[in-house]
Design a protein around this ligand. Structure first.
Ligand code: NOJ
Length: 557
């Protein structure tokens, strides 16, 4: 199969190459849990700067920085108080510039997270809205409605927020505002020109500061049809499979008018700024977000939602390469991020009945919820390494989440009192939430908080983080860290045209070739399989007697 006939310009000047993102390996930094330079228990920008040599040695092409803006952390920073500043606990704009310069100096691009669906309830505009009367211009920047029932004491509709509970919150004068996520995250009114202009100014602000690209949070929720009467949840659910662009708030067709304006701004820069949509939409609608006239790329979470299964992986890969070819964007591959159970843990739990079906509500973290006592840590990590090596051989860009290069498992044993995720609190503890993949990284076993910082980390680290620390893995040639480094180095050298050809194989084996004779073979089955001729470039686990053992990927060249 050929997904893009254009050769990847691997010798292009990375400073001006407009296609740098097409096959980039992008490393997601969740800054409050990466590295803490000042001992306050929260990771910060100087911490990221200090680890640029680590990122460089890892071999990533870009860093995606999750929100670092001022925030009360009602949702891990996705509740933004000010889109053009740095949380004082994480640093200053000058520290941001230092970090960007250090990354760029190491040849690493910088992508920042933009959260346009909602601000925080501490944003100056929202405070102004609360201080202003009904119908005022300040309230028109958000979505305020009168309630229903006697005295308007009931919410305007029965809509539930993604984190659980009503999607409406009442304010002292009796009106209600919409929050598709936490109550501390009021939704903007994207029909309002002032909102559009404000975000264009924010995108320009960071683009002028040298940011290379943007990750767009809940990109499919901005456009809303809130004409009265508001439909009930039951009516919305009955509307169909979400492919008509007519849902009241998810994936409406008009959302792309917003991104057309953004694209015009991105294209004013050299190279054009890139953007990747976080859009939990029906696969047939993803291409709209990824189009060159729009954001340019959209996350494909299909691999992340698939069980470790040859047939599922094959279908997901085939479908997404076809789709990428149709849109002109390269595909994106993701196995872990800050919203989901780490893939080493997912693959070590009993398989879910079918792929954890995720709809448009963004509840990605309810993946693979098997009882923890059934977790097979070794099997999970073995499969995770095999899946990662397969993913890194695919054409397109690969998104890696901090800590997966250490083979970290999800931290399940976080005391309720230490949990932070609103998904945990708003579901009365039914959902564990996403804190388990956001525990601060272990850098060295000897120091307090395993070298994350000198203060108590904002989420407690388990004892088993010690043996997983970077310093130990650095010294161990067989470590998962060195496995990632080698894979990324080889990927960088081997990456050619965005082409993949399947090689016929047993049902439990996936075998494909890339240009230049690069082959990737994964054994999802239970018995070792013979390998074709070729030089072994890399394996996710040692070969056994020249055979490819179960749950293992090999690259041949
Ligand atoms: C998606 C982000 O990845 C997630 O962490 C956040 O909670 C929601 N969007 C709301 O901003």
């Amino acid at each position: 199969m050929t997904s893009n006939p254009q050769p990847f310009p691997s010798n292009a000047d990375p400073l001006t190459d407009p296609d740098w993102w097409r096959q980039a390996a992008v490393y997601q930094v969740y800054p409050r849990s990466f590295s803490d330079s000042n001992g306050d228990g929260l990771g910060d920008l100087q911490g990221v700067t200090a680890k640029v040599p680590y990122l460089s040695a890892l071999g990533v092409d870009a860093v995606w920085l999750s929100p670092f803006y001022p925030s009360a952390l009602a949702d891990g920073g996705y509740d933004v108080d000010d889109y053009r500043d740095v949380d004082p606990r994480l640093g200053t704009l000058a520290h941001f510039d230092d970090m960007a310069a250090a990354l760029h100096g190491a040849g690493i691009k910088l992508i920042v997270d933009i959260v346009p669906n909602h601000s925080s309830n501490r944003h100056a505009w929202f405070r102004e809205a609360l201080d202003s009367p009904r119908g005022s211009a300040a309230r028109e920047r958000y979505i305020f409605r009168d309630g229903t029932g006697p005295d308007g004491a009931q919410p305007p509709s029965d809509w539930q927020s993604v984190f659980g509970g009503s999607a409406w919150e009442q304010v002292p004068d009796g009106q209600w505002y919409l929050h598709l996520f936490a109550p501390e995250q009021p939704d903007f009114n994207w029909d309002n020109r002032a909102v559009k202009d404000e975000f264009l100014a924010t995108l320009r602000f960071w683009s002028d500061r040298g940011v290379d690209g943007f990750r767009i949070d809940v990109a499919h929720a901005l456009a809303k049809d809130l004409s009265e009467p508001l439909p009930s949840s039951a009516l919305l659910a009955a509307e169909g499979d979400g492919t008509d662009g007519a849902h009241a708030f998810w994936d409406r067709n008009e959302v792309h008018d917003i991104y057309t304006e953004w694209r015009a701004l991105f294209n004013e820069y050299t190279p054009p700024r890139t953007a990747v949509a976080e859009a939990w939409v029906h696969a047939s609608r993803r291409g709209r977000y990824a189009s060159p006239e729009g954001l340019g790329q959209a996350f494909n979470f299909d691999l992340l939602q698939a069980d470790f299964d040859a047939a599922r992986f094959r279908t997901v890969i085939t479908d997404n390469l076809v789709q990428a070819a149709e849109t002109g964007a390269s595909s994106t591959w993701v196995l872990s991020n800050h919203d989901v159970v780490r893939h080493a843990t997912r693959y070590g739990l009993p398989a879910t009945p079918a792929d954890s079906a995720k709809g448009q509500d963004g509840k990605a973290w309810v993946l693979a919820g098997g009882p923890e006592e059934q977790l097979d840590r070794a099997a999970g990590l073995r499969r995770a390494r095999a899946a990662t090596l397969l993913m890194l051989a695919l054409p397109g860009s690969a998104y890696l989440y901090q800590g997966e290069e250490l083979g970290l498992h999800e931290v399940a044993a976080i005391p309720d009192a230490d949990r932070q995720d609103p998904a945990f609190f708003r579901n009365a503890g039914v959902e564990k939430g996403r804190d388990g993949c956001r525990v601060p990284l272990p850098w060295t076993p000897e120091e307090p908080s395993f070298g994350f910082g000198t203060g108590a980390p904002h989420l407690p680290q388990p004892e088993w983080f010690g043996p997983a620390a970077v310093s130990l893995q650095d010294a161990d040639t067989d470590s998962t860290l060195n496995f990632y480094r080698r894979a990324l180095e080889l990927r960088g050298k081997r990456q050619g045209a965005e082409e993949l050809a399947w090689v016929p194989s047993a049902a439990s084996v996936l075998h494909f070739t890339r240009p230049g004779g690069w082959q990737s073979i994964t054994n999802f089955g239970t018995a070792a399989v013979a390998l074709p001729a070729g030089t072994v470039l890399h394996t996710s686990a040692p070969l056994e007697g020249g055979l490819l053992p179960p749950d293992t990927t090999v690259w041949l060249g």
